[in-house]
Design a protein around this ligand. Structure first.
Ligand code: C5P
Length: 224
């Protein structure tokens, strides 16, 4: 029996990629497997939380005793997250949201048209930043997957998106995406820096949630 540190919490988690359609048969997406977000969802449930998992398309099954909402696009993900955020105490954003979507999605299958094709993209909403700003009491945790200058970029995102905590990890060169293990550094809005050792995504999920619990309590006692 695990320590039920998250009993009484609703933990909202996003996971997986988003899928942005070009036409009825094609889409833009990325290499996110969803493994880290799903591992966090399972770990949070085992630590006593009510878990809502908003997931983009993945090959993973919805874990037992978790409420799963399946979405495709970033806009659908934002809608689902916005509906759940005010009922939640902790939001962990592990999804690899597509930064851009097609400006105009073709209603019919696009035809070949010469040697080059130009697609016009427009920016997707930032789900994490929007949710954090709209719900100041929500404890928000972001992820920053970077190929270089990991800590520096993560610090920028922590501030820009007004987060309580960011989990930074190196990707590329065989690390991060679609792997079963991971190594992360956690930065907090109070200036703390915690380096967690490389381990399976399952174990890392518990380790990350332990740090979340520790700083959630600190955050609450600072507020009162
Ligand atoms: O800016 P970047 O995409 O690197 O930020 C990563 C963090 O922001 C992740 O926690 C990711 O889930 C979240 N994000 C989001 N909506 C976006 C882009 C990123 O929620 N449109």
């Amino acid at each position: 029996q695990l320590d039920q540190k998250l009993a009484g919490h609703q933990v909202l988690i996003t996971a997986g990629p988003t899928r942005e359609p070009l036409d009825p048969v094609r889409y833009l997406t990325n290499r996110s497997s969803g493994k880290m977000g799903y591992a966090i969802a399972e770990a949070a449930q085992k630590m006593g939380a009510d878990v809502v998992l908003v997931s983009g398309p993945t090959n993973l099954d919805c874990p037992d005793q978790i409420s799963c909402i399946r979405v495709e696009t970033a806009e659908e993900m934002l809608k689902a997250v916005s509906a759940e955020a005010s009922k939640s105490t902790i939001f962990i954003s592990a999804a690899a949201v597509a930064d851009y979507r097609l400006k105009e999605v073709a209603t019919k299958k696009m035809k070949k048209q010469g040697s080059s094709l130009h697609l016009e993209l427009e920016q997707n909403p930032d789900i994490l930043a929007t949710t954090s700003k709209a719900n100041p009491d929500l404890f928000t945790v972001g992820f920053a997957a970077e190929t270089n200058d990991v800590i520096e970029y993560a610090m920028g995102k922590l501030k820009r998106k007004q987060l309580n905590m960011i989990v930074a990890n190196q990707v590329g060169g065989g690390k991060g995406f679609d792997k079963d293990s991971n190594q992360v550094d956690i930065l907090t809005d109070g200036g703390d820096h915690i380096s967690l050792p490389e381990t399976s995504k399952q174990q890392l999920a518990f380790d990350i949630l332990d740090v979340v619990c520790q700083f959630y309590s600190k955050d609450q006692s600072n507020k009162s």
